[in-house]
Design a protein around this ligand. Structure first.
Ligand SMILES: *Cc1c(COP(=O)(O)O)cnc(C)c1O
Length: 383
């Protein structure tokens, strides 16, 4: 479905060179070290640590893998419970289920589509090991309430910040609230290396073990820093570090942070202004951004009144060579979710928005003329 490569076709997403990606890849190759933790991986680590004020950032092969690392770091065991929004990507919970956790789904708020913090306390049991909020569309969850409940109940918070890099909640960067957070650099995210991710570690006590888990359970990182005189197997782990070629590409993207974010902000505002009165007249809801939240401009979505209208708008746009998509079938109703006991009606808000949500083309190469075409096509959709 992605990248139809037809002239005139407006893709939902398109990966694009933002700056010096190719130059940096050539440089990484020429330097003769293209495995993990080379020059560009270190540059990305330093950049993100400084930009976000995080004690330690570790690049990973994906956000999924960063979440898996966090599950290992927290010693998730069979029977432990992990609370996640029902409206999210599978990896948010799968990374924990892989270690034997029992998923505990929670419904989302009808306004931001973030986990409903008012229902959180009731979900916590003596077996709860973690709460994994997702900052949907890069709009911060209600972190004041979530952190207060988590601290009082002695439960760890791990943020799935795949959408939220550089977004803020009450001035503070998303990804810096929980004990850890995961980022995604998948092709569909604001900043990309094709596939990629990062673990943000906010608790310095977890850094050493995180480095070991990421390096196949060995103390290789400490060895290379000269902190130990041999490099050996010391713990469980896997291979979670990406090639320096990918880090080189990503560094080229991150260097263009202000231009990329300004472009995305402009796209977002143009959709909002262009569609506001049409949406109002047709009872279509546009994204809601609370006053105290600075969003990361990850996506623009519409909530149509019904499933039927959502599907016919997708078809209407497709006829005009515009690709619109939807996402997140309620996790509790998926094949796996049902095995964990999910039943229709359990999470009414997720079930409702999942049918009605439509995402518009939104990417770093989307130009004004194409966006204008998308807006005009929507305005022609009368019902
Ligand atoms: C994209 C995404 C992920 C997974 O990211 P990968 O880097 O592809 O593993 C996880 N959670 C959310 C909310 C996402 O949008």
């Amino acid at each position: 479905m992605m990248n139809e490569e037809k002239p005139g076709f407006i893709d939902f997403n398109r990966p694009v060179i933002a700056g010096k990606e190719m130059e940096y890849i050539a440089d990484a190759v020429a330097a003769g070290k293209i495995s993990g933790d080379g020059v560009y991986t270190r540059k990305v680590h330093a950049y993100l640590e400084q930009a976000l004020g995080v004690p330690r950032v570790l690049l990973t092969t994906s956000c999924t893998h960063a979440l898996e690392m966090s599950a290992i770091l927290m010693d998730i065991q069979a029977g432990d419970e992990v609370i996640v929004p029902d409206f999210t990507f599978v990896s948010t919970i799968n990374a924990f289920v892989l270690r034997g956790a029992q998923p505990v789904f929670i419904d989302v708020r009808p306004d931001t589509l973030n986990l409903d913090e008012a229902q959180l306390e009731d979900k916590i049991t003596p077996r709860t090991k973690a709460i994994v909020p997702v900052h949907y569309a890069g709009v911060g969850c209600e972190m004041d309430s979530i952190m207060e409940i988590a601290q009082r109940q002695h439960v760890a918070v791990v943020e799935d910040n795949a959408h939220g890099l550089f977004g803020r909640y009450r001035q503070r960067y998303l990804g810096t609230f929980g004990v850890m957070a995961s980022q995604s650099f998948h092709e569909t995210k604001n900043f990309s290396s094709g596939e990629g991710g990062a673990l943000l570690i906010n608790d310095p006590d977890l850094v050493e073990r995180a480095e070991i888990i990421r390096e196949k359970g060995t103390n290789r990182s400490r060895f290379f820093r000269g902190q130990v005189d041999k490099y050996t197997w010391v713990d469980v782990g896997s291979s979670y570090l990406p090639s320096d070629i990918l880090a080189a590409y990503l560094y080229g993207q991150l260097e263009e942070r202000s231009r990329i974010q300004a472009h995305r902000k402009n796209l977002w505002k143009t959709y909002k202004t262009g569609l506001e009165s049409w949406a109002f007249a047709h009872e279509v809801r546009l994204p809601f951004i609370p006053e105290h939240v600075e969003q990361a401009y990850h996506m623009f979505y519409l909530l149509l009144p019904t499933l039927e209208l959502r599907q016919s708008l997708i078809a209407h746009l497709r006829q005009r060579e515009i690709q619109a998509v939807f996402h997140y079938l309620p996790l509790h109703l998926s094949e796996m979710g049902q095995k964990f006991g999910g039943l229709p009606g359990d999470f009414p808000v997720t079930e409702n928005v999942s049918d009605r949500l439509l995402r518009l083309p939104f990417h770093n190469a989307l130009c004004e003329a194409d966006q204008e075409r998308v807006i005009e096509a929507i305005l022609e959709f009368d019902f």
